[in-house]
Design a protein around this ligand. Sequence first.
Ligand code: HEC
Length: 155
Amino acid sequence: MVIKARTWLVAAAAVMASTAVAYSSEMAPQDVKIEDNMVSASLTGGAGDAAEGRKIFANRKLGNCLACHAVSDQSEQLFHGDVGPSLDGVADRWSPEELRAIVVNSKAVFTKDTIMPGFYSLDVGVHVRKDLVGKTILTAQQVEDVVAYLATLKE
Ligand code: HEC
């Protein structure tokens, strides 16, 4: 009887652990803490998809990172902006936790005057289109995908 109860407990614990993963909720933008220029934990609790991140990076309606940043890895794209630095080798300059902080809210890492948008921040200034109030440019998953992609950009 004792043994049976223990077996049940172990099974119950396993079920609870898997539910915790399945329900792992994403972190709301206002709950993300940037400390020492880092966001240490994944916003989704899971790893990003670098291949998806590569697409989001170039997508004019999502990251639109290419509008300001050149990157040799995407040489098939016609237009690369030069407002920001080239992101070749960016993973040698910043850790994944720092890259996450830059994408989440560049203003917290650089200066509040940077023209780079904060992609997972509600702190986007006062003149925000009404339909965009309370929304972030990227979802938590898209941020993780972009960070996973940036982490592949090594010299
Ligand atoms: C409107 C222009 C603009 C857009 C769009 C933009 N950035 Fe930036 N980014 C900048 C500028 C400018 C800097 C340099 C920091 C500063 O002084 O403001 C920068 C810096 C960075 C850095 C640090 C680079 C280094 O070498 O130190 C990373 C990483 C970065 N951006 C990633 C991204 C990603 C990823 C996206 C898209 C999700 C993006 N940026 C979109 C303008 C932009």
